[in-house]
Write a protein that binds this ligand. Structure first.
Ligand SMILES: [Mg+2]
Length: 256
C-alpha cells in the first residue's frame, strides 16, 4: 500500500515538473537573435551571387551595408580563389579545342579586372563605392603599374602554349594605347596578336555593342573565337560571341 502511494506521488510530481521542463527547453531552444554582422554577410553574399550571375542586371553602386564585405572579398583569399576557379575551367575547355594549325584559333581577353588588377586604385577609392572619377582613374592608368591577376596570367601563358592567338579587347581609349601596352609588359604579358582599344568611331557605343563589333570583325577575318574572358557581362554578351565565355568576378563596379 505504501508502495502504491509512493508511486502515485511520483507520477503527480512528474506531471507537474514535465510541462515546466518542456517550457524551459522551448525557451532555451529558441534561435538566438542573430547578430547584425551575420545578417550583413548573408545578405551581401546573396547580393554578390545576384550581380555575378547578372540576375541583378544593371547596378550602379555597392549597397552601403556591403562595402566592408566587398573589401574583405577583394583583399582576402576569396577573390584569388574564385579567379583561379574560372581560369581552371577556361583552361580545361581550351585543352579540348582542336587547334587548326592555320593561326586562326583565337581567345579574347578583356584587360581591366581581367588581365590587370586595378585593386591598388580601388583600395584607395572605397572599393568601387565612391562615384567613378575618370580623371583620377586615367592618372592611375598612365602610371602603368597595375599588377597582373595571377590566375589570368597563368591562363594567358598556357593558352599561348596551346597555340591560341590572343586578342586584347578593352574599353580603354586609343590614347591610352602606350600606357596600356607598357603596363601589360610590366605585368609580364607579351606576344599578344592585337590590342584593340576604343577609337574615335567607337565612342558613344555601349560596351556590349563595341566589343561585339570588334569580335565580328575578327570573325570576318577568319578567326575562330573559341573563348572569351572578362569581368563584365558586356565583355561577353551581344553578337559574335565566343564558343565559351568565362566571367571573372568583380563586385566593385558594373559596365553596361
Ligand atoms: Mg574589365
Amino acid at each position: 500500500m505504501a508502495s502504491s502511494v509512493h508511486h502515485l506521488l511520483f507520477l503527480i510530481i512528474n506531471l507537474l515538473i514535465i510541462p515546466t521542463t518542456l517550457l524551459s527547453q522551448s525557451i532555451i531552444q529558441m534561435p538566438p537573435k542573430r547578430h547584425r554582422i551575420t545578417d550583413d554577410n548573408l545578405y551581401c553574399d546573396s547580393w554578390r551571387f545576384s550581380i555575378e550571375t547578372n540576375d541583378a542586371g544593371t547596378w550602379t553602386s555597392i549597397p552601403s551595408r556591403c562595402v566592408a564585405f566587398v573589401q574583405d572579398y577583394m583583399t582576402g583569399d576569396r577573390y584569388l580563389s574564385d579567379s583561379a576557379a574560372v581560369s581552371n575551367y577556361s583552361l580545361s575547355f581550351a585543352r579540348g579545342v582542336q587547334i587548326g594549325g592555320d593561326g586562326k584559333d583565337a581567345w579574347v581577353f578583356d584587360i581591366d579586372e581581367t588581365l590587370l588588377s586595378n585593386l591598388p586604385y580601388y583600395e584607395a577609392h572605397g572599393f568601387g563605392s565612391e562615384t567613378f572619377d575618370e580623371a583620377s582613374f586615367d592618372e592611375w592608368v598612365d602610371l602603368a603599374k597595375a599588377p597582373a591577376l595571377p590566375a589570368s596570367l597563368k591562363l594567358y601563358k598556357e593558352l599561348q602554349q596551346l597555340g591560341f592567338k590572343i586578342f586584347l579587347l578593352t574599353g580603354r581609349s586609343e590614347h591610352q594605347r602606350n600606357a596600356t601596352a607598357k603596363n601589360l609588359l610590366y605585368a609580364r604579358y607579351n606576344n599578344w596578336e592585337r590590342l584593340l582599344l576604343r577609337g574615335p568611331s567607337d565612342q558613344g557605343t555601349t560596351a556590349t555593342v563595341y566589343k561585339s563589333e570588334k569580335r565580328s570583325d575578327l570573325i570576318n577575318e577568319g578567326y575562330r573565337i573559341h573563348g572569351s574572358s572578362g569581368d563584365q557581362w558586356s565583355d561577353l554578351l551581344g553578337f559574335a560571341v565566343a564558343q565559351r565565355s568565362f566571367k571573372l568576378p568583380n563586385p566593385m563596379y558594373y559596365i553596361a
